[in-house]
Write a protein that binds this ligand. Structure first.
Ligand code: PLP
Length: 392
């Protein structure tokens, strides 16, 4: 089979795309939805910081640290409509969405709409806020197909829905939600929207101007290819200007040059979404990793990157069809993330993939296949061959 071509060329610094990553040659890693493969650039940036930290822990240039934080914030903002002032650096999505849950309007009797089986970091904060105010979580039952009409039905069918806390791509199997339609319907109803973009940002762009969420969050170590322990929260203007942080420290409340803080009241928050920055940002290794990852993503150019990821999932799809493998695909599928449903052939498929050295997440009846650029289309066809053989 000829190698398919993507509509947008990927700029390369010479060498194969896989050379950009640190890989285990004996395994085929297809689990970016769990954790991105490590970029060499990220490893190198971390190494430089680790070396400095180990040899010279006393070199703490405060101004250089703040400059690094602001550079990383500006790079992250590229994925949030270029709005650096709206971006906060936080340790996790659970932290980000706990801030969101603490700040959205919600009253006794209101409901927050979530998907069945939604990732716990986008469920637990809502459950707790609901307990606090006497509201409740309303769950959209899994339609076993397109989530969007099911979400719209739930929104239209229940007058108590005050807000929706949703992903763009469903973490278990990559089913894509049509956030254009959902956002329009939510805003028409006066309901707010909070988004967990962890399974899309870095692969798919976010259209914040169109969706108008109050908050949007993403993990940093999946499709954004960055650091563990550094996630992202974008806050709409209202939230960033007067929202309440869940943590109060010298990172989000202005440290004066002389390090004296007023006693009669807390020092003012820093400007914009910086009020939500989590503490621990003194860890420059995480920051350096994120900076290197954003630089690599920018060099690949988001549109080109997405078209090349789509080439990989399309190659798998086409090869499965060509083999007439009786495996369902979760639809509507994201261009970067496929959920295969082998049904009764589950055990055979899981065993065959593992024996062939192919790393995926196999859970909830779904084989979740999440390649990045380190994998070529031939490797994706190989996955289809393995599955076809397992089912013969
Ligand atoms: C949809 C989704 N949201 C969030 C996360 C990570 O959440 P946290 O940073 O709270 O661990 C994951 C990780 O698998 C995820 O799949």
């Amino acid at each position: 089979m000829d190698a398919p071509t993507a509509p947008f060329p990927l700029p390369r610094a010479g060498g194969a795309l896989a050379d950009a990553f640190l890989l285990r040659p004996e395994r085929l890693y297809l689990d970016c939805a769990a954790h991105a493969p490590r970029l060499r650039a990220v490893q190198a940036a971390a190494g430089i910081e680790l070396e400095r930290e180990s040899r010279q822990p006393w070199t703490q240039d405060w101004n250089a640290l703040i400059a690094l934080i602001e550079r990383v914030r500006a790079s992250a903002a590229r994925w949030f409509d270029g709005d650096a002032d709206g971006v906060a650096l936080v340790p996790s999505v659970a932290y980000a969405l706990s801030i969101a849950a603490a700040n959205v309007p919600l009253h006794a009797g209101d409901a927050v709409l979530v998907l069945a089986g939604q990732f716990p970091s986008n469920l637990l904060p809502w459950q707790q806020r609901c307990v606090d105010v006497g509201a409740h979580v309303r769950v959209v039952a899994d339609p076993q197909g397109d989530w969007t009409p099911a979400v719209l039905d739930a929104l239209h069918g229940h007058a108590d829905v005050r807000g929706l806390a949703l992903p763009q791509a469903y973490w278990r199997d990559g089913r894509l939600l049509d956030l254009d339609r959902i956002a329009d319907a939510a805003h028409a109803r006066g309901a707010w929207l909070v988004l967990d973009l962890s399974q899309s940002l870095g692969a798919l762009p976010a259209d914040l101007a169109r969706w108008r969420p109050l908050f949007a969050a993403s993990a940093g170590y999946k499709w954004l290819l960055g650091a563990d322990g550094l996630a992202w929260l974008w806050a709409a203007p209202d939230g960033r200007d007067c929202g309440r942080s869940i943590e109060h420290g010298w990172f989000n409340r202005g440290a004066r040059d002389d390090w004296r803080f007023p006693i009669d009241r807390p020092a003012d928050f820093l400007a914009g979404a910086r009020r939500f920055d989590g503490s621990g940002l003194i860890d420059r290794i995480r920051l350096a990793k994120a900076e290197a990852a954003f630089a690599q993503l920018a060099a690949w150019e988001p549109r080109a990157l997405l078209s090349h990821l789509e080439l990989r999932t399309a190659a798998l799809r086409e090869a499965l069809q060509a083999h007439e493998v009786p495996i369902g695909i979760a639809e509507p599928a994201a261009p970067h993330l496929l959920g295969l449903r082998p049904g009764a052939a589950w055990d055979a498929c899981v065993r065959a993939l593992d024996a062939a050295g192919i790393d995926i997440t196999a859970r909830h009846g779904v084989l979740r296949i999440a390649p990045h650029l380190h994998v070529d289309v031939e490797a994706m066809r190989h996955v289809a061959n393995v599955l076809a053989r397992a089912l013969r």
